[in-house]
Design a protein around this ligand. Sequence first.
Ligand SMILES: [Zn+2]
Length: 1001
Amino acid sequence: MVLEDKRDKSMSFTQMVIEEDSMRNGRGLSDQWADSVVVRPRTTERHITVHRRLVLGFAISILGLIIVTIIAVLLSVKFEECGNESSARVGNTTAYNGRESSSNPNRSKTAGQPWAQLRLPASVKPSHYDLNITVFMDNFTFSGVVSIQIDCVKSTRYIVLHADKLRIKGVEVTVENRSAPLGLRRYFLYPQNQMLVIILTHDLKAHQRYTVTLNYGALIADELLGFFRSSYVTAGERRYLAVTQFSPTHARKTFPCFDEPVYKATFRIGIKYQDTYLALSNMPVDVTTHEEGGWVTDRFVQTPRMSTYYLAWAICNFTYKETVTDSGITVGLYARPDAIQQGSGDYALNITKRLLEFYEDYFNISYSLPKLDLLAVPKFPYAAMENWGLSVFVEERILLDTEVSSISHFLDVTMVVIHEICHQWFGDLVTPIWWEDVWLKEGFAHYFEYIGTDYLHPEFNMEKQRFLTDNLHEVMVLDGLASSHPISQEVLQATDIDRVFDWIAYKKGAALIRMVANFMGQNVFQKGLQAFLTAHMYGNAGRNDLWNKLRETLQKIGKNINIKEVMDCWTLQMGYPVVTIVRNEKNVDILTITQEHFLYDHNRKSTNSSNSSYLWKIPLTVAVGNLSHISTETMIWINNKTENHQIGMLDENIWFLGNLNQTGYFRVNYDLKNWRLLIEQLMTKPEVISVGNRAGLIDDAFNLARAGYLPQSIPLEIIKYLHKEKEFLPWHAASNVLLYLDRLVDRNKEYNIFKQYVVQQVASMYLALGWPEDAANSSVVQASYQTEELRRKVLLLSCKFGIVHCHNKATLLLSKWMETGQNRIPPNVRDIVYCTGISLMDDNVWEFIWSKYQSSTVVLERKILLESLACSKNPLLLSRLLNLSLSSQLVPDQNVIDVIIHVAKYPNGRDLAWKFFQEKWATFNSRFGEALFIISRLIKGVTEFLSTEVEFNELKSFVKNLRKGEDASFTQAIEIVDTNVRWHDQLEDELFQWLRNSLNS
Ligand SMILES: [Zn+2]
């Protein structure tokens, strides 16, 4: 149902474009007419000239038409000739370009050319693939034969499927169970849409099954997509491996297929390779046969119905460890032999076993396959990919040495594994219909990172705590921009497919899902998910299918909430609201609640009238309390712009608080009197307000002030309570917003009074907590997560803002390492120590860290060492670092971006990084341009803290000179810098005035 709907939409879009073009042409023509008739003087001579021009024009058009027709006929003859050549690729590409350029497309033409649409025509669909490939690792090529069973849904002469960069050697179509091939008129590749078109002499019949067999060859690519190669060095010898990455649209680079998630089918894969390697795929090996010359063929067990994008295989020399779950599923971890030997994969393997059991229980559905392998590869385009039964991870995100790892790396590995295993159900078993709903699978997997960590390590309390700082607060900064976009984005062209995988999809997706789970209640929500997955297993489903199941589940317990109606305003509108709760002046018992679209840029607020009409259905929880306790907690739905509500008993000294535990995806603002009551509460007895809300108040206050909704003094008054705060989360929230604010003011001539102010707030906690134990005694497994992370945050702020003791301790630790050659610095604070040391000590320290970076073999340690080099205050060293970062022998691809972003973070490097970025843009664009995610992170990182009028103008003129298409990623950057400049103009003085008064009083 939904599929048909989408197809109609994309078709009508193409038609719309065509109609618009012809309209434009039409208008252009009549404008010329208007010019010649109206503006010119109406003399007889003039008339004659006009008539002559008309006749001449007409003759030229006729002549033009004749020439075009002749060219078209000639080309189509050539086209016919090329059609039956064995190498269809060359012949037909030429033919196609000829046609495209020789005439304007019109509706009747594209209507007869189903390959000219973005989506595959639905007239045939695959039910089963038999795919056999032979892999030649000596020259990095492979050949393949694929037989696809297709069912004809609607009578057609065309079979259109996907193929990209494949050399098609032969095509045959037969009726099922018959050997005689059907007549082929021609076949050709249509590279514009990465399609292969097979045209038959006679129509295929509806409800008949056919087999399409294709013979082809291709390269094992040196890029990180499709079926690609990678290498590593072990015992001084370079070893190669080949692995697949098909999501979202790269299966077509490896075999001709119906490469859209909705075309699910079963797959039987066979791989022939040299027996010095081993082969893996989604399913276990069924039969192995050996042949002469060291060739071996593995035939894998047939898969259940699945989409192409999470099919996978790999050829490698890895070794492995395995374990079996209680329900009999074999879990394997494959990695470089030395990593397996050192036990670096043990942690991931152990949690995977536990997590399979957790999800089977949570979803109430058994894992679908007999095995699940995790594969750790040295190079991969993403952190990981959830291929069903064979998930692939980049090494640094799955291998872990618990003895020397920091807590953040430990959490990182844990969460990536949880994410990919969640996808085995959410994504693999039940798959989005089309890419516009990719946020459903990504949002769920991201949300479960927190739920799953709580299952494995309940003491971390992730869903109630870290979710706020690491997910909610982060994405609300992005989504508060006028250049944001709705989470459900229409995907109208191929380039949109990569674009939908962004932080809005992952993080806002997770935040919205968390909001639903909380207003439904966790248990009912879980039941709803079970019903949704059970109803759609081995199939596809869109967001409306989910909303319907959740609503049905609620109805069963007698609650009626139209979830679709509620969620449509969160998923189809961009951004989020700020809810303002104000005490009614005449009637103190009544709260007036209003909602409006939160935007950082005030000017856009007033000029963009469409946004001011945005309304959300908001599940608002409100608590009412006084200095000793909370007296009332209620939930109300806010549907209108302004509403009045009576909540509990209010008097002069009672405060109210909205969005309890920050389960809702919105910000809350109050009247100033209420802000002061809340601050008083924090100063006297903070624990009356929940940890989540303490962090939430800090984040909301800073961001509301940054956007001009609140006086600049309120956030600074709030953080004065920090000396009473013993929990990690509010410190984490405070450190995030303070570091952000720091970068906005770090070039102000009065910057020192801001530093002084932060030091005042941090000093007593620094004294109380001190430094962590020596590295030899610290292990993340034993350490208390809360204490260690809290200590880390306080140390970070203390060293950053200049507590002398912190500086001395850091330089001492670093000097000891340089003297003794033994690094005893606790892993959890190494980045802080390196950075502080480099910023304060002489150039020898920089050289020392640079040499350690070059000699270290621990991937994570290398990253920390490299990034700390950006902390230097010496512009010559910073320039050297920027230049060194472009040498791929010294700095791996995935770290280049981080180096530049780190240089831009500090006042001494910001201008250097910005200049360097402009100079080297062509290099960056050619190296990372295809990976949208990386390039947009670079642009954001380099420009985010530019804040002067001069820098803003430089940015605008730089963007103006870019080529078409290159400028798309800069919209956000321009808005951010614009907002920074305005903040400096309008609000910075207010902030410093308050700081001066505060320090003098
Ligand atoms: Zn994912």
